[in-house]
Design a protein around this ligand. Sequence first.
Ligand SMILES: [Zn+2]
Length: 261
Amino acid sequence: MTFENTHPAIIDFDSWKIVQRNRAQRRRPLKQDEAGLFSGLVVCSDCGKRLYHCRATSLKHEQESYTCGTYRNHRKQCSAHYIRVVVLEQLVLQNLQRVVAYAREDEDAFVRYVMKNKLAVQRTEQERAKRKLEKEKRRITELDTIIQRLYEDHIIGKLSAERFAKLSAAYETEQTELKQSVEALSVVVNAVEAETVNIASFLKIVKKYTEPTELTPMLLHEFVEKIVVHEADKSSGHRVQRIDVHYNFIGEIDFSPEYCG
Ligand SMILES: [Zn+2]
């Protein structure tokens, strides 16, 4: 039998949750080397899949990189999202330093910023979900009309039974998928309040680390929930790349400098 909260916890509950999540996220280290610093934390901005850590014993640390896992397996389904590990380290550390400095300098302002930010992120997500929802609802109605017409064509003999069965099955599958998607989107659109933002827990971690000067696995996993890597933008003639750092308890904080190289 388990009795909760009867003994003082050895580690506090928030730390425990982070450890549990990290354990679930981490892949088993490869035979020849231990897991990379960012293992399980970096994802692709376009397809949402984890980035794949490219390394080999012959590669120096400066040559190690990440690429989109989808792109690696099916070139056509996503793009490379290539980023060198040293660049990622630099960007994440800078972002983290800015967030920690802000939180330490003016805690009240930081709290206000996080709340406002969270609300803005939720609004953007809701707007996007709303647009998609409306588009999908229109398509569902459209499909009703199409299926109805197919049936009429079949009745008057313009469409063979075989052809009718094939076409209507395809449209019905599309419609079923859309109905499921509409249901999921409605949940997002109708969500009343943002998920709770636990700033207190985040500030507790901030107080443990005065001024982070280098990324360690401990630091990274205490602070960071995930890192979203965008595709490099070469339209300016330079290679400009953006990352979004999502923090534990408070979500994404847009303090990332872009990397030009
Ligand atoms: Zn991708």
